[in-house]
Ligand binder design. Structure first.
Ligand code: NDP
Length: 337
């Protein structure tokens, strides 16, 4: 299948790209610069231009950003939209997070409807951030039925709410587009919580580690030695399982019109430190010990989760946390940690 993948330089997208190529698909991926395109191209010297090509999209907050990228010969049959900012360096919530997330999503859907009538499926990387609902009781069992109640006013309060609002409003905008515009294509969303796992090293150096993995980079650089930071969201999934979910969500007809909560289970920062201590004895001097305070599960009931759609419909067998952390640490060592 001929596929357009947005944000090919991202942590998750790099794994999606790898899997698409392994599965024999023909991919055009958008990146923000020629330099990033070249790095990806260099990592796949054996792959021909008809299997891997690039389109430059510098800023997805521009409403017409994707107008040219969606046009292709041969034409696209599927679009995987992963590009969206995930960071908390916010000076202006609208400009830094909301606009690229929301306009990025509506912009690409409009461009597909207008100029890429052959596209049958659009898979959008949403998030557990669009599912998590603060109005629910502790211990609530989360599933695809839940929606974050965050408002645009909340987005102004702090960077975490701004990020959650960006993902929630972007996903809502996608479903509203389908309902109102009745396009030729169907939409499926992928909604993961914290994503961990190996970074694909041709794209990364330690200073540019993506947000979810940065805590493990901190750990192995000695930043948790005296105190382990609070875990925050204790739900996680491995990046390779998230990548597989993206690919299944466009390969399978049955994914049309559905959200997919892609979650493996629970983790805490303390468990992460324990796993690294056990598997990487050479790092001992930089790590917290068994008695270092902090990083436990927060008090109270854990949020429940129902991942039966991911397991039964997409066929995902979730990787265990230890494997994810070990592979992540190895990948960080490979880029100089
Ligand atoms: P990364 O930061 O590695 O990837 C983000 C991607 O989006 C990059 O390719 C980035 O390009 C691109 N991007 C961001 N802003 C713009 C912009 N204004 N214009 C053009 N491109 C832009 O993060 P992840 O791989 O973790 O995130 C990918 C997706 O997964 C996002 O939609 C995120 O919300 C979602 N997600 C991530 C989770 C996680 O724990 N990692 C959990 C749940 C959802 P560049 O690198 O050039 O800046």
């Amino acid at each position: 299948t001929r596929v357009l993948l947005t944000g090919g330089s991202g942590f998750i997208a790099a794994h999606v790209l790898d899997l698409l190529l392994k599965n024999g698909h023909s991919v055009v991926t958008t990146v923000r610069s020629l330099e990033k395109a070249q790095k990806i191209k260099d990592a796949y010297p054996q792959v021909s231009k008809d299997k891997l090509d690039f389109a430059i999209v510098e800023d997805i907050s521009k409403p017409d950003a994707f107008d040219e990228a969606v046009k292709s010969e041969p034409p696209f049959e599927a679009v995987l939209h992963t590009a969206s900012p995930f960071h908390f360096n916010v000076t202006d919530a609208k400009k830094d997070l909301l606009d690229p997330a929301i306009i990025g999503t509506t912009g690409i859907l409009k461009a597909i409807k207008k100029s890429a009538p052959s596209v049958k499926r659009v898979v959008i990387t949403s998030s557990f951030a669009a599912i998590w609902d603060q109005t629910k009781k502790p211990g609530h069992v989360y599933s695809e039925q839940d929606w974050n109640q965050v408002t645009l006013e909340d987005a102004e309060k702090n960077p975490a709410d701004a990020y959650r609002a960006s993902k929630t409003f972007a996903e809502r905008a996608a479903w509203e587009f389908v309902e109102k515009e009745k396009p030729n294509f169907t939409v499926a969303t992928i909604n993961p919580p914290m994503v961990f796992g190996p970074v694909i090293n041709y794209l990364n150096d330690l200073s540019s580690i993506n947000t979810s993995n940065s805590r493990v980079a901190d750990l192995i650089q000695g930043k948790w030695k005296n105190e382990i930071p609070p875990t925050g969201l204790i739900l996680w999934v491995d990046v390779r399982d998230v990548a597989l979910a993206h690919v299944k969500a466009f390969e399978l007809d049955s994914a049309a019109g559905k959200r997919h909560f892609i979650i493996a289970g629970y983790y805490s920062n303390k468990e992460t430190a324990d796993i690294v201590r056990k598997n990487f004895p050479e790092l001992a001097s930089k790590l917290p010990t068994e008695s270092t305070p902090g990083g436990d599960y927060p008090e109270g009931a854990k949020p429940g989760f129902d991942n039966s759609r991911a397991v039964n419909e997409l066929g995902i067998k979730f990787r265990p946390y230890e494997e994810s952390v070990v592979d992540l640490v190895k990948s960080l060592q490979a880029i100089g940690a």
